[in-house]
Ligand binder design. Sequence first.
Ligand SMILES: Cc1cc2nc3c(=O)[nH]c(=O)nc-3n(C[C@H](O)[C@H](O)[C@H](O)COP(=O)(O)OP(=O)(O)OC[C@H]3O[C@@H](n4cnc5c(N)ncnc54)[C@H](O)[C@@H]3O)c2cc1C
Length: 466
Amino acid sequence: MAAGVAGLAGCSPAANDAAGAKADSANGGEANGQPVASDVHIHNVTDTSWMTPPAEVTDFATMTTAFFPPTEHQLSELSGIKFWPSVCSFYGECNQTKIQMYNQAAAEEKGAQFYFATTAEYLIMEDGKVAGMVASTDDGYMKINCRAAVIACGGMGGNPDMMAYFMPDMAQALTGNDALTSMSANDGRGVQMAYWAGAHLETTPIPGMNMKGLSVPGKMNCLPQAVWIDENGRRFCNEYYPTSEQRGYQTVFMSRKTKYAVCDNNFTEYRQYTLPQHAGFTASEENIASLREALDTAYAKFKGTYEEPEQTEEEGPGGHGPMTQVEYIADDTLEGLAGQLGLTGDAATEFVAQIERYNGYCEAGVDEEFGRAAEVLFPVKDGPFYACTFDPVLGETMVTMGGIITDGDMNALDANYEPIPGLYMAGNDCGRRFGTEYITPIPGVSLAFALVLGRECGKSVAKFLG
Ligand SMILES: Cc1cc2nc3c(=O)[nH]c(=O)nc-3n(C[C@H](O)[C@H](O)[C@H](O)COP(=O)(O)OP(=O)(O)OC[C@H]3O[C@@H](n4cnc5c(N)ncnc54)[C@H](O)[C@@H]3O)c2cc1C
C-alpha cells in the first residue's frame, strides 16, 4: 500500500472557477444523484492551503508554471471549452524527490511509518470488513493488522492483460504490430486486491492517459495548427478539436500508413494560437525562433543551399515543449510537396484539391468537412509550403485512469453499491473520474486528483476509525 505522489502539478488558479472546471474536465458525470469522484475533487480543490509542504521560499522560486504567464495569442477557450495554465514544473533545485521528502518527514512527525521495498499482495477480510493486509518483502511475507486500507497502487499500465480487459475499445482496435503498452510499471495489483475483497469494477472502457489516438503527445497531435492529410491526400479529422486527448479519436480506426501535417510560410504566426493543455506548445520567442529555423533549414535543403552548421559541445537540443524539434520538408508548390511526400496519381491530385478546399473554408470561416473552429482555421496558401511526416503508433498510454467504483467518501462499493467497511481508493485505482478518455483543460488534473482525493480519502478514513 503506497501512494506515490509525483509532485504538485494541478494546484491551479483554475480551481477558482470550480463550476466551469467541473463541466469541462470531469466528464465522468454524476450517477443516480450520488457524488462521484470528480465531484469530490471539484468541491475540494479550491482549498489548496494544506498542499503547501514545509518548503522554503527558495524552493518555490525554482518552480515554474507551464503556459504562465500566457503568451500573446494563447487561447483560453475554444468551441465552448475553457482551459487554464496549471502545471508546476520542478526542474530546478526543488525537484519532486525533495517535495516527497518534505511530505514524508511531515507524515512521520505525525506518527506515520513507511515500508519501502514492500509489496502489498492481498487484503484480509473478516465478516465483509477490512481486517488486515499481507505484503511481501525480500525476506518473505508480513501481515499487517488494520481496520482500514487505502489502495493507491497507480493503475495497471504494467499489465497488458488487465488493460485489454478494461480498455476493450483499444484492445480491439489493435492491428499489425500494435500493442497495449504503458509508461507506467504499476501492475494493477491495487485493483485486483480491491476486487478480490468484493469491490465493484468500473464499467469498461476506462480511460487511459493520452492513449486513444494514433499519435501520443510529442507527435502529430501536438501540431493542431497544421492541416493533417492521409495517404490518400485527404484530411481526416478536425485537427484543432479543442481537447488534445480526444483529437486523435478519429484516427483509431485508420490505416497505420504515414500521415502528414502541412503548413505554409506563415506557420510561425499560426503556431502561436495554442491551448494550455497536454500537447500544447509554449509560443516563447525561443520556440518560435526554433520553428523558423527548422522551416528555413527545410527550405535551404530543398534549394540545395543548406550547409550543416558546426556543432559546439555546449549546444543541446534546445527548445521546450512538444514539437519544438521537428524536421520539415519544404517545396515552392503544393504539387511539388505532394511529390516529395511520396503521393502520386489520384492521391497527389486530391492533396492539392483538398488544400484548396480547406483554404476556401478558411476564407469563409466555416470548415464544412470537420467543423474546425473559425478562429483556428489557418490557410495553407503562402509558399513555400512545408510538411512533416508521422508514422502512426497505437496503443501506448502513460497511465491507466480507473478501476474500482467508490462513493463520495472514496469508500469502495460492493456489487450492490454498498460501501465496504474499511476499504478506500485513491489515485489511478479509483474509477469514475473521467469519461472514456483522460482530458486536460487543466493540465496536471491527474496529479491534482491523486492529491486532492488522497486527502479527502484520508479524512474519510479518520472519520471511519473514529
Ligand atoms: C511519463 C508520465 C508523465 C506524466 N505527466 C503528468 C503530468 O504532467 N501531469 C499530471 O497530472 N499527471 C501526469 N502523469 C500521471 C501521474 O503521474 C499519475 O496519474 C499519478 O502519479 C497517479 O497517482 P497514483 O498515486 O494513483 O499512482 P502513482 O503515482 O503511480 O503511485 C503508485 C505507487 O504505488 C506503488 N505500488 C504499486 N503497486 C504496489 C503494491 N502492490 N504494493 C506497494 N506499492 C505498490 C508504485 O510503486 C507507486 O509508487 C504522468 C505519468 C507518466 C507516466
